[in-house]
Ligand binder design. Structure first.
Ligand code: HEC
Length: 141
């Protein structure tokens, strides 16, 4: 017998893939399992800060308070120094928001910033806030 996929089945699979690629508000268990491969060293934090200043500051503000002036969407840029992480608070979830983008208000940086540099930015953001969970920490349950 010939194994064949019906057109609706193919569409369903594609839609499921698209939904999965979207950053989900309220945390992303799949992303939470990612382990930060870059040690949170002063070198990494400094590299992350340089990228932040070049690419993120205009929206998230010089100190990460969300008070940059370039965001035009309905949603204000997040304060990245508080302990509120709308898309999840693990390193992996923060990495995924930066990599894939968050909703329509912030484009993803995959392809523009290397994976290592995205982890450097995660390490930098971790150095700002009070909720500095250890790198690669297990997600809160
Ligand atoms: C054009 C403006 C803009 C730029 C540039 C931008 N962001 Fe955002 N970002 C936003 C907005 C608006 C939100 C909140 C919307 C949302 O959560 O869906 C957000 C949300 C986030 C979040 C989620 C915070 C949370 O509470 O879960 C993170 C992390 C983040 N940005 C990091 C970055 C980093 C790192 C960069 C640079 C590499 C960057 N952003 C560049 C506008 C921007």
């Amino acid at each position: 017998m010939r194994a064949s996929l019906s057109a609706p089945a193919v569409v369903a699979v594609l839609l499921a893939g698209a939904a999965f690629a979207q950053v989900k508000r309220g945390g992303n268990p799949e992303a939470a399992r990612l382990v930060n491969p870059v040690e949170r060293s002063p070198t990494s934090i400094a590299a992350g800060r340089r990228i932040y200043q070049r690419m993120c500051e205009r929206c998230h503000g010089p100190a990460g308070k969300g008070d940059g002036t370039s965001a035009t969407g309905a949603e204000p840029p997040s304060d990245l120094t508080d302990d509120l992480w709308a898309h999840g608070s693990t390193d992996g979830e923060i990495y995924t928001v930066i990599h894939d983008g968050s909703s329509i208000d912030m484009d993803g940086y995959a392809g523009r910033v290397s994976d290592t540099d995205i982890w450097n930015v995660v390490n930098y953001l971790r150095s700002l806030g009070p909720a500095a969970a250890p790198a690669g920490a297990a997600p809160p349950r």
